[in-house]
Design a protein around this ligand. Structure first.
Ligand code: SAH
Length: 391
């Protein structure tokens, strides 16, 4: 397996046109004023945007003569559906989006009896080069703008509200940054997205902090920044190995910030927010699933405000690796629990539509633009193996 370089700085090319969702409320009001309209029109536009209304004809509270111009200036269509694929009896829907420059990203909406979660992308591609992850192997195309990230969540909220997902109209309750990209490598735009997700309607989606999860490879300075200025969302750390030697190869950013530093930063986050963080661990047969590694992980996390979320590896095309067999998974879980560490095994939604973690090595080509590969995991709900877990 060839090692890819770590890439932090995304190319600046290709960023989309300005959108209301990129702006603060004050900036949006100023922009509307500059266009010759009263400032409150910005609030009306925001209400339409967060409700998923895109057709100017439906914006009947705006003067007919201003709808088109305002929509064009502040609500440009940034995400075009290439296709939807459904699975799990219509309760999982994966959407492939084309961005204005032809880049492709995916999001996955998963409905459960008690909640609906959308897994969104924060970058086109990813620069973190994890060898087991399809996106990591595709490299980084560019950062998404805040509006492109927020738009995925807004579309999911509208799909739920409109009854497009099996089970009748409902409400989007959770957002996880576990699609394509490293959210903390696109910090400022992800921060804006968090604001939009948490701000009450009509200026946001009004989700609760605990129902939003930011997942990271472990960019320590960015975790610390989120700790200082964050919105107390749930933090997930993709650990995948308890020891530096193995993690250096599985999560190459570990060559910069070691296991101990990442856990220290996550602990500080937990202390500040009072909220448990989750440790993501893809179980890879004979690579990181040995009993001694379960014990190492147990020792590392015992007594901490953390819980382990084990993900049986979703093999990516061309990868020599496979998921751990069930007995190895069970042994791993048992050892972690014996160490007093809350542990769950993730249910994998959408496998038959390549909608699970690391599976979305999109084979698409749209208008001659090479496709980008996306791992979109199904994050919830954890499925218990054996004794009761703590999720
Ligand atoms: N960059 C962020 C979010 C990306 S993906 C991060 O790394 O946390 C979300 C989760 O899916 C991460 O824990 C990632 O390591 C995991 N993942 C990626 N590819 C996978 C695969 N093939 N099988 C199982 N999990 C995978």
């Amino acid at each position: 397996m060839t090692a890819l370089p770590l890439v932090f700085d995304a190319p600046r090319r290709g960023m989309p046109p300005r959108h209301l969702a990129d702006l603060t409320r004050e900036e949006a009001r100023a922009a509307v004023t500059e266009l010759g309209h009263p400032a409150f029109r910005a609030d009306q536009l925001a209400r339409h945007f967060y409700r998923g209304v895109t057709d100017p004809a439906q914006m009947t509270d705006l003067p007919a003569g201003a709808r088109e111009a305002l929509t064009e200036a502040l609500l440009p269509g940034l995400l075009t559906v290439v296709r939807h694929q459904t699975a799990d009896n219509g309760r999982t829907r994966k959407t492939l989006w084309r961005l204005h420059d032809g880049a492709l990203v995916e999001s996955v909406l998963m409905r459960y009896p008690d909640r609906a979660t959308v897994c969104i992308s924060s970058q086109a591609g990813c620069g973190m080069a994890c060898p087991f992850c399809a996106t990591g192997q595709s490299g980084l195309t560019r950062n998404l703008s805040a509006a492109e990230i927020i738009g995925q969540a807004v579309a999911a909220a509208a799909a739920m509200a409109n009854g497009e997902i099996e089970g009748g109209p409902g409400r989007l309750s959770n957002v996880v940054f576990m699609g394509m990209g490293e959210p903390l490598a696109n910090y400022a735009r992800v921060r804006k997205t968090l604001d939009a997700l948490l701000t009450p309607a009509p200026h946001g989606l009004g989700l609760s902090q605990r129902s939003v999860t930011v997942s990271t490879v472990g960019l320590v300075p960015a975790i610390r920044r989120l700790t200082d200025e964050g919105r107390n969302v749930t933090l997930a750390v993709s650990l995948h190995a308890p020891d530096d030697e193995l993690r250096d190869t599985l999560v190459p950013i570990n060559t910069r910030w070691k296991v101990g530093e990442v856990i220290d930063a996550a602990d500080a986050y937990a202390r500040k927010t009072g909220r448990r963080y989750s440790v993501e661990y893809a179980l890879i047969r004979d690579v990181n699933d040995q009993p001694f590694r379960a014990d190492l992980l147990g020792t590392l996390l015992a007594g901490k405000l953390a819980h382990v979320n084990l993900i049986p590896l979703n093999p990516t095309p061309g990868s020599p690796w496979d998921a751990s067999p069930l007995p190895a998974q069970r042994e791993f879980v048992a050892r972690l629990r014996a160490a007093g560490v809350a542990t769950t095994v993730r249910d994998t939604r959408g496998q038959d539509i390549d909608g699970a973690c690391g599976q979305l090595a999109a084979a698409d080509r749209v208008e001659g633009v090479p496709s980008v590969a996306v791992p979109v995991p199904s994050v919830e709900p954890p499925v218990e193996l054996g004794a009761e877990g703590d999720s």
